[in-house]
Design a protein around this ligand. Structure first.
Ligand code: GLN
Length: 547
């Protein structure tokens, strides 16, 4: 069985299309279907790897090292869909592939056009995901942007063609719109009517509507929407603002009958819905007690999406530890300027924290603020989790504070330092010279071997782990002897033993830095072991302080 569901959006962006598509995926999996998720991004960048996190949010990395849109992170958190390079399609990739084929003479002299060549390339890639595994039942394709955008047109046209070719029971259109509240009293359906009209102009009649609204809509409003949009009343759903967590959405949609209606429209026999993992997760949510304040020290603090997977993984770890994790976002530039980090992070500071997390990042802005945060956590015995750059910061801080190498640094920030304790991976030297910065980092999953007796070993309970990477710089091996001689613990290495993958502080409750990105693999129904251990350590440390 190969069915396709195209999820589009209208009126405006940020309606939660990715979360809605993911929730639908979770619900169909609950009905026993094998689901694959695909994101189509209308931008011309080939991938998200070179995009500024301020514009685009985090870059989500897949096992096979693709640098993709953050919606793939939503898919990973809500569904079991395998995600690779194939599941992230951009206009840039499509045009690049078509132009390369044209240069190779593969079109035999024909004129290359948006229709059919660009649309065929899009359809071919969606079909390839459907065919990857013969057991795939449904491919949910989220089309980025909003209907009416110039950039989205080829993707919507590809969807139209596929709906026509596959037949209506095999390919559905799910459209997301906004029901705004005007003057805080009146809910307006007109933008939704216009949005559906715009879809119809593209030749697509939505089968299902999901209306984003501040509250649940009453029946007369849903009836009005149904009437003006040609969408059956029972297929008009509401994604209202939730006060709990967006992870409740699968249950909210299921209560409204979304999965039932989608199965009916696809002509799939209705099977029992197993939503136990989601109901159990919500029970965990409601039984949390107390709060832990985790300081996230980074440089893209204004935009929540910039560290999306990290924030989500902390939330998941809170569920597993029955405690609410409060995110305390601290701009590292502030710490850099502060004379004493205690005035910010300490119990009487402006942003008191129970634990510190330094996430991944690039460029030198705010680095010394992160170093100060690491020093504060080490000296005050506050649990610390360093991710990628956050591990490199631990190494720099240790070299400066313990080995007294004041100028110790990463060559990313200071090329002429006498103590380059973090330096370019060997294979990166020529890449940097060539100036080819797209998709050229150390990317994707690889094996890490863990040393016994470390915190990381206790967290994973395993010797061999597979995690994803995205970096150019590394712990510099020429300092191995001095670093370990002064007490720094090396908790894990690459499988061939050549690169340090984890450092830990001695005589400290829990200070762990990893060169990889554990946050990409955490799910609310399966929190990541390293985040779980970090939050557990923070809870224990706080408990000791306030017995
Ligand atoms: N900038 C650092 C490097 O390239 C860290 C990268 C990251 O945190 N993802 O190695």
């Amino acid at each position: 069985m190969n069915k396709f569901i195209f999820v589009s959006g209208g009126v405006c962006s940020s309606l939660g299309k990715g979360v809605a598509a993911s929730s639908l995926g979770a619900l169909l999996e609950g009905r026993g279907l094998n689901v694959r998720m695909v994101k189509c991004d209308p931008y011309i960048n080939v991938d998200a790897g070179t995009m500024n996190p301020y514009q685009h949010g985090e870059v989500y990395v897949t096992d096979d090292g693709a640098e993709t849109d953050l919606d793939l992170g939503n898919y990973a958190r809500f569904t079991q869909s395998p995600l690779s390079r194939a599941n992230s399609i951009t206009t840039g990739q499509i045009y690049k592939a078509v132009i390369e084929k044209e240069r190779e003479g593969r079109f035999l002299g024909r004129t290359i056009q948006v229709i059919p060549h660009i649309t065929d390339e899009i359809k071919g890639r969606i079909m390839a995901v459907a065919k990857e595994d013969p057991d795939t039942d449904v491919v949910i394709v989220e089309i980025g942007g909003t209907v009416g955008d110039i950039e989205s047109i080829p993707f919507l046209e590809a969807a139209r063609q596929m709906i026509n070719e596959q037949g209506r029971t095999n390919a559905l259109s799910v459209h997301l719109t906004l029901i705004p509240e005007v003057a805080q009293c009146e809910l307006k359906t007109k933008p939704t009517q216009h949005s559906v009209k715009a879809m119809q102009e593209q030749g697509i009649q939505p089968d299902v509507l999901i209306c984003r609204a501040p509250v649940m809509l009453d029946d007369p409003t849903r009836m009005k929407i149904s009437n003006f949009t040609n969408v059956e009343l029972k297929a008009v759903f509401v994604s209202f603002d939730v006060s709990t967590t967006t992870y409740e959405l699968p249950l909210i949609f299921s209560k409204q009958g979304l999965d039932q209606v989608v199965l009916e429209k696809m002509g799939v026999a209705i099977r029992h819905a197993n939503l136990k993992p989601w109901t159990k997760m919500m029970e965990q949510f409601h039984s949390r007690q107390g709060k832990l304040r985790i300081g996230i020290i980074g440089k893209y603090m204004e935009l929540h999406d910039a560290y999306k997977s990290v924030y989500e993984a902390l939330f998941h770890a809170g569920l597993a530890n029955a405690v609410e994790v409060e995110l305390v976002k601290v701009d590292s530039a502030l710490l850099e300027e502060a004379d004493d980090p205690e005035t910010i992070l300490g119990a009487n500071g402006s942003s008191p924290v129970d634990g510190v997390l330094v996430p991944g990042g690039f460029g030198s802005r705010g680095i010394n603020g992160m170093v100060k945060a690491a020093q504060w956590a080490r000296q005050n015995k506050a649990p610390y989790l360093g991710i990628c750059l956050g591990m490199q910061i631990m190494v720099i801080e240790w070299a400066r504070s313990v080995l007294k190498w004041d100028d110790a640094d990463s060559t990313e920030f200071n090329e002429s330092t006498k103590h380059p304790v973090v330096s370019l991976l060997e294979e990166q030297v020529d890449i940097i010279k060539s100036g080819n910065m797209g998709a050229t980092m150390r990317l994707g999953k690889s094996e890490t071997l863990i040393r016994a007796g470390s915190h990381i070993q206790a967290a994973y309970g395993d010797k061999s782990i597979w995690e994803r990477h995205r970096h150019r710089y590394e712990f510099a091996n020429k300092y191995l002897v001095e670093m370990t001689g002064s007490g720094l613990i090396l908790g894990a290495f690459t499988a061939d033993g050549s690169l340090v993958e984890c450092v830990e502080w001695p005589d400290h409750p829990w200070g762990v830095g990893v060169q990889f990105h554990p946050e990409f693999k955490s799910k609310p129904i399966a929190p990541h072991p390293l985040f779980k251990a970090f939050i557990n350590a923070t809870k224990l440390t706080k408990g000791k302080e306030n017995p």
